[in-house]
Ligand binder design. Structure first.
Ligand code: G6P
Length: 609
């Protein structure tokens, strides 16, 4: 979603801001802009479309002396993604520039007020209103003007403001939209995401809602919008620059697919206890007797995280016999959910910033639930607002289509389910066997990745399809949903996931020779039933790609293509079955010439509801 980067220091601001914007590209955007503070005043450039077009727009400018500015990638909400609507927005005197993530909900009322005061509104955005409001409140102190303006605002924001009247000063504030201050050496940055500042510093301050930062090259002071002074906590980010670069792969998504053996090892590192078969998850902040008292778990999330949550439901119910409900975070608080003190709400989120997931979590807390987070980004809002939780340690995920975060989420959910199971009826031996199987998973993922060329070859037969169906049963029904999501997100082929047996209640009407069907058909208790579903597809000339268990040679006679995965505990099979589906989607999208890492209209981190 929208990205912010701001710089004040002793270096040339333009290349730093442009590089920062490129680091934020993965979040998804449709226009971009920059404002630099020069001796002649504010210099603003904006463009619709990709950052490359902004680079063309600024090609001729000389900003060598400029070491102060803000920049933005916009994902349109109010007003089309045009050059005019792109940020930064400027006040009528061309003296104050503002970039904004989020939505100003009362902008219509404020707009009418400002028009009455004589301000000229030039764009369709809610953001422009805010820059005029800051101007309205400006009487010589920029921080005060921002504070007074924000006190009139309803909605969400992460903002950065500069002014030609205050060289060397950068004001930042957040409410519901992430913002980080980078503590550099004789330079400071603000950004919506640490990846935009990692080249300059790994010392960061995560801003809290309702805080305003007054930033110069040498200092930053934080106050609340009620003007209470805050002592900032500087934290060190462990992510490295290598992790946010492609490392020789064609796309971040491909790199991230290949990182999975490593990221899965990181997800379980220090957490596997082979002796007593009880995973160690100290971050949950729950004692064994508290774990035993849990009567109900709600797992919530969006997109891929929701699919991981759905696999978590199978895992926890089967291993621990605790009732689990999986809720779309966006639906949760609008349907009066039944939540009490004995309920655990587990929020699953790669970014830790998804607005719907955060809102669901806050609603559950208000109703008395203990709230846990299963998050990748350290220091993110969900991580900070949870009572406890588990980091998945997948490292930065840049590809918009989630891959390594998904498998790490499922892995950590497996650990949680095993832990809860061991607190109840699972024996030491059952716990140990699960942990031994878990330990083998990264090696098994490696062996599947070695088959990438063959899967790419299969993709050549299917990449021209207009539709695709994904079928799975039991714990691999959500895997089928995730496989379908991967394909549709990045290749724009319409794809749906279904429980295999449901096919005959609708989707079977679509089956013909042009409708490929990807079936997860592993050797498990429902294998024969799934084979019957495959026969139903084949009888209607449908083409079948099967994900099958190693050793199942018989299946090859009944399908068009087989991709084998190694044998493991049935409950761990999603961790393996999803890998070929990720690879298939990736190669199909590449063959279709799609922008794999930044699919159209999608955002990596969705910070608006
Ligand atoms: C967006 C992304 C998805 C992601 C979802 C939830 O839609 O494009 O890849 O699964 O948000 O994000 P989260 O960060 O909460 O896991």
């Amino acid at each position: 979603m929208c990205g912010i980067v701001g710089y004040v220091g002793h270096k040339k601001a333009l290349p730093i801001l442009m590089k920062g914007l490129k680091r934020l590209e993965y979040r998804g955007y449709d226009s971009a802009g920059i404002a630099l503070l020069t001796e002649a005043g504010l210099l603003v450039a904006k463009s619709a479309g990709k950052i490359a077009r902004l680079e063309e727009a600024i090609a001729g400018i000389n900003a060598d002396d400029c070491n102060h500015g803000i920049a933005h990638t916009r994902w349109a909400t109010h007003g089309e993604p045009t050059e005019l609507n792109a940020h930064p927005h400027i006040d009528n005197n061309n003296e104050i520039a503002l970039v904004h993530n989020g939505i100003i909900e009362n902008y219509r009322t404020l707009k009418e007020f400002l028009i009455r005061q004589g301000y000229e509104i030039r764009t369709d955005t809610d953001t422009e209103i805010l820059v005029h409001l800051i101007r309205f409140h400006y009487h010589g102190d920029l921080t005060e003007a921002v504070r007074n303006a924000l006190n009139q605002v309803e909605g969400t924001y992460g903002i950065a403001v500069i002014s030609s009247m205050h060289p060397g000063l950068l004001i930042a504030s957040r409410m519901g939209s992430p913002l980080v201050i980078g503590d550099g050496d004789g330079e400071n940055l603000v950004a919506s995401d640490v990846s935009a500042m990692l080249e300059h510093t790994n010392r960061v301050v995560y801003m809290e809602d309702g805080e305003i930062a007054t930033v110069t090259a040498d200092s930053f002071d934080i106050t609340t919008i009620q003007n209470v002074k805050i002592t900032p906590t500087v934290e060190e980010v462990t992510w490295t620059l290598d992790e946010i670069e492609k490392a020789g792969y064609d796309h971040f998504m491909q790199k991230e697919i290949h990182e999975q053996p490593t990221t899965l090892r990181n997800a379980v590192r220090g957490r596997l206890n082979f002796e007593d078969g009880i995973p160690r998850l100290d971050g949950l902040n729950l004692q064994y007797d508290e774990l035993r008292q849990i009567e109900r778990i709600i797992i919530t999330g969006c997109g891929t995280s929701w699919h991981a949550a759905s696999i978590g439901e199978y895992l926890i119910e089967e291993l621990a016999r605790v009732p689990v409900e999986v809720e779309y975070a966006s639906e949760f608080r609008y349907r009066s959910p039944i939540v009490d003190k004995k309920t655990i709400l587990l929020a699953v989120s790669q970014s830790g910033e998804t607005a719907d997931t955060l809102a669901a979590m806050r609603e559950a807390r208000n109703r008395g639930a203990t709230v846990l987070g299963l998050v990748n980004v350290v220091g993110s809002t969900i991580a900070r607002e949870s009572d406890g939780g588990v980091y998945i340690h997948a490292g930065p995920e840049i590809g918009v289509a989630s891959t390594k975060a998904f498998t790490s989420q499922v892995m950590v959910l497996t650990l949680i389910a095993t832990l809860l199971g061991r607190m109840r009826h699972l024996s030491v031996q059952q716990g140990r066997e699960l942990i031994q199987s878990i330990e083998k998973i990264p090696y098994q993922v490696e062996s599947i990745l070695q088959g990438e060329d063959r899967i790419a070859r299969i993709a050549t037969d299917y990449y021209k399809s207009g539709n695709c169906l994904y079928l799975g049963r039991g714990i691999n029904f959500p895997t089928a949903l995730e496989g379908a999501l991967k394909l549709k997100e990045i290749s724009y082929i319409h794809a749906e996931g279904y429980p295999a047996a449901e096919m005959k209640h609708g989707p079977i009407a679509l089956i013909d020779e042009n409708m490929p069907v990807v079936v997860i058909a592993l050797k498990d208790p429902v294998h024969d039933k799934v084979m019957s579903n495959i026969a139903e597809v084949r009888a209607r000339n449908g083409r079948v790609v099967a994900i099958a268990s190693e050793g199942d040679t018989e299946i090859a006679d009944h399908v068009n293509e087989v991709i084998y995965i190694p044998k493991t505990n049935r409950l761990l099979t999603p961790l393996l079955a999803i890998i070929p589906l990720q690879i298939l989607a990736y190669h199909i999208a590449v063959m279709r010439g799609c922008n794999v890492d930044q699919p159209r209209n999608l955002a990596k981190s969705v910070t608006v509801e």
